[in-house]
Design a protein around this ligand. Structure first.
Ligand code: NAD
Ligand code: IPM
Ligand code: MN
Length: 356
């Protein structure tokens, strides 16, 4: 098959991990007889430097004309003090919203080989860690009005968190459907003891639950959920939640699977076209040093093969190649066990590509 993939190399460690993901995709193409055409779509800090905006129209267009888009990460200290309206992160939000990607799937799974990289007690780990965070991606506080103003001699600021019924229903649908395909347990996470948007969320969850009698449903407040994730993550199968809560809980989830460098994500809308990225950022502290873990990025490419390109066998092969590399003892610095030597970003990526 021939597929067109928009490639967003990003900032910081972005270009390093993208190079490794593309090497893995090249190995997939070779092994399975496909042609992947890569179309560069600059976005983020590098796009601000080159074009003055974080998401040039041409980049959005390239993504909309591709079968899928692959993104590493954007942002960094260089752009932290510029006009907030054109920060690198705004480019990412505009891309997600411009592509209509309201559902962000973030699978948190502890690969057995990484048992020792998990900071939780062995008896907790032994109960198993395998859940999916279904995060609403283009609503809530990220997309409400942001303002800063002067009032009584001091500065005030506000960010509006708005959810409309249709925005909640479409993500809940993804949550319930995901639960049906997995362990049929769904935990809806909100702050309904304080927020009106959460009260609406909870009412709609209860309404939709009538359509999914096979799914065991629970509601949980977000503060409790943050605690339960480290007390006993085995209790979770699917977590469905709003944008900001999902952002925070998924970083927490990543660390219990070993490292934030391990977790991929898929952002989907109504069609099959999606955006695939690791959940971590541009890691400016280790950029340009060949230290980044490319596995989250490579597993994001595997999710792309599965969800947008209809290549499940190819996705399985990439995941198996990652497991084989970990099995053989290769570790980047973030998942290194005491007394062992770390391999670099390129070393890890090449080993995974070679396993294909
Ligand atoms: P970060 O995820 O970039 O880094 C947090 C910590 O995790 C750092 O110590 C970093 O070295 C480590 N880390 C992250 N990815 C790693 C990897 N693949 N391998 C090894 N270690 C890894 O978060 P931050 O420092 O809060 O943010 C840095 C920049 O990235 C900010 O500008 C932020 O806005 C941006 N960001 C972008 C995205 C995205 O593009 N999707 C996501 C999160 C943050
Ligand atoms: C993520 C990131 C982004 C988010 C930022 C960079 C806008 O943290 O993808 O998790 O909050 O969604
Ligand atoms: Mn995040």
């Amino acid at each position: 098959m021939e597929k067109k993939i928009a490639v967003i190399r990003g900032d910081g460690i972005g270009p390093e991990i993208m190079t490794q993901a593309l090497a893995v995709l090249d190995a997939v193409a070779e092994k399975f007889g496909h042609t992947f055409r890569y179309a560069e779509a600059p976005m983020g800090g590098n796009a601000i430097d080159a074009f003055g905006v974080p998401l040039p129209d041409a980049s959005l267009q390239t993504c909309l004309e591709s079968d899928a888009a692959l993104l590493s990460a954007v942002g960094g200290p260089k752009w932290d003090t510029i006009d907030p309206a054109i920060r690198p992160e705004k480019g990412l939000l505009a891309l997600r919203s411009g592509m209509g990607l309201y559902a962000n799937l973030r699978p948190a799974q502890l690969i057995p080989q990484l048992r020792r990289a998990c900071p939780l007690r062995p008896d907790i780990v032994d109960r198993g860690i395998d859940f999916m965070v279904v995060r609403e991606l283009i609503g809530g506080a990220y997309f409400g009005e942001h303002k800063t103003w002067e009032e009584n001699g001091e500065t005030a600021a506000s960010d509006l968190m708005i959810y409309r019924e249709h925005e909640i229903r479409r993500i809940l649908r993804v949550g319930f459907e995901t639960a049906m395909k997995r362990g049929r347990r769904m935990c809806s996470v909100d702050k309904a003891n304080v927020l009106d948007s959460s009260k609406l969320w909870r009412r709609l969850v209860n309404e939709m639950a009538a359509e999914y009698p096979e799914v065991e449903l629970r509601h949980m407040y977000v503060d409790n959920c943050a605690m339960q994730l480290v007390r006993d993550p085995s209790q979770f199968d699917v977590i469905v939640t709003e944008n900001l809560f999902g952002d925070i809980l998924s970083d927490e989830a990543s660390q219990i699977t070993g490292s934030i460098g391990m977790l991929p994500s898929a952002s989907l809308g109504d069609g099959t076209r999606g955006l695939y990225e690791p959940i971590h950022g541009s890691a400016p502290d280790i950029a340009g040093q060949d230290k980044a873990n490319p596995i989250g990025m490579i597993l994001a490419a595997a999710m792309m093969l599965r969800y947008s390109l209809d290549m499940p066998a190819e996705a399985d092969a990439v995941e198996a190649a990652v497991n084989t590399a970990l099995e053989s003892g290769l570790r980047t610095g973030d998942i290194l066990e005491p007394g062992k030597t770390a391999v670099g970003c390129a070393g890890m990526g090449q080993a995974i590509a070679a396993n294909l």
